[in-house]
Design a protein around this ligand. Structure first.
Ligand code: IMP
Length: 190
């Protein structure tokens, strides 16, 4: 029989699909940073009723926490892009699997992502949504792998700049495994 897809060896060491991962950003640090981002957005968008557009599937946990950390009036909608499948390396090809329902013309849009890696997904989203003529458009991403980003993007709200290694947890998956982990874990090849 094959081993379980998710194995806990200790509080901070796990295996996902047979690969070792260790805690990288724990739940308390995540929570504090999300609160700070929510506060910053509340100040920047006072009176503007922004619409948060979550990118499925990975962003839903970050989005749920971020939205509750925002104290001003705001709305939510979702879009979905094709994913890498079970690969750790970005394929670089992006397709839309679900478009937003909201009419964003003249609205203040905040795109909410789990991670910006190569940046190709975000570039695709910014390009697609700009055709709908929002009043403004900014990005909130929980994580940014700056060393992997190939395109020039303005990322207004960044949770953490991280090393260029594969991460799972807090919504991020490895072949659909690990999204439910409360901490963010990083591949541990030591
Ligand atoms: P990009 O287009 O290369 O920037 O990749 C964006 C998407 O790839 C993210 O929304 C994630 O779904 C996925 N991704 C990139 N890096 C990781 C990672 O380290 N762990 C899990 N998913 C990742």
């Amino acid at each position: 029989m094959s081993p379980p897809a998710l194995e806990h060896h200790s509080d901070d060491h796990i295996s996902v699909r047979g690969e070792p991962f260790r805690v990288y950003i724990d739940r308390d640090r995540l929570a504090r940073r999300v609160e700070a981002l929510g506060e910053q957005i509340s100040q920047d968008y006072e009176g503007l009723r922004p619409i948060l557009i979550g990118v499925l599937n990975g962003a839903y946990i970050f989005l749920a926490d971020l939205m509750r950390a925002i104290r001003i009036d705001c709305e939510v909608d979702f879009m979905k892009l094709s994913s890498y499948g079970a690969e750790q390396i970005s394929s670089g090809t992006v397709r839309s699997l679900k478009e937003i329902d909201a009419d964003i013309e003249g609205r203040h849009v905040i795109i909410v992502e789990d991670i910006v890696d190569t940046g190709l997904s975000m570039q695709y989203i910014l390009d697609a949504l700009s055709h709908e003529q929002p009043a403004s458009m900014q990005v909130a991403t929980m994580l940014h792998k700056a060393a992997a980003t190939k395109v020039d993007l303005e990322l207004r709200y960044v949770g953490f700049e991280i090393d260029n290694l594969f991460v799972v947890g807090y919504g991020l998956d490895y072949g659909q495994v690990g999204r439910n982990l409360k901490d963010i874990f990083i591949l541990d090849r030591e």
